[in-house]
Design a protein. Sequence first.
Length: 158
Amino acid sequence: MHCPFCRHPDSRVIDSRTSDDGLSIRRRRQCPECGGRFSTIETASLNVIKRSGVIEPFSREKVMSGVRKACQGRPVTDADLAVLAQKVEEAVRQTGSSQIDTNEIGLAILGPLRELDEVAFLRFASVYQAFDSLEDFESSIEQLRADRERRLHAVPGE
Ligand SMILES: [Zn+2]
C-alpha cells in the first residue's frame, strides 16, 4: 500500500480492528519513510451477477430498495430495512463465495423479511419464488400459520 503523502511503496500496520458487524477490518498504517499515518478499510469483495449478466458490487442500498416496495403500507421502518440488509449481507457472505446471483440474494431476503412482516414477505416471495397460482399463496400462508402455531405452543427452555 503506497503512502498517500510521499508515495513510499510500503507501509507498516500499527493497529487492526474488526468492525462491529465483523464484515470489515480497519487498519491504521504508518509510513516508515515520512512517518505519515493513514487508515485502510478492508472488506472481502462481493459481487452480484444480475439477470442481464452485468456484474456489480453487492449493495445493501439495493437490497433495501428492493424490499421497500414489498413493504409499502406496512409498519416497517428504514431502520428495520437497514437491519434486514445487514442480515442479508452476512448470510450471503457466509456462503463463502465472492460472486452471487440476484436470485440467491432474493432467497437470503426471505428469512429475515418473514420475521419482519408476514404480508411483506408474501408479496416479496410471490415475485421471487414466481408464484403463479392461488395455491402457491395458500401453501405459503399455511406454512406461515403452522410456524406461528409452533411458536405459540413452544415451551421456553425446551
Ligand atoms: Zn510517506
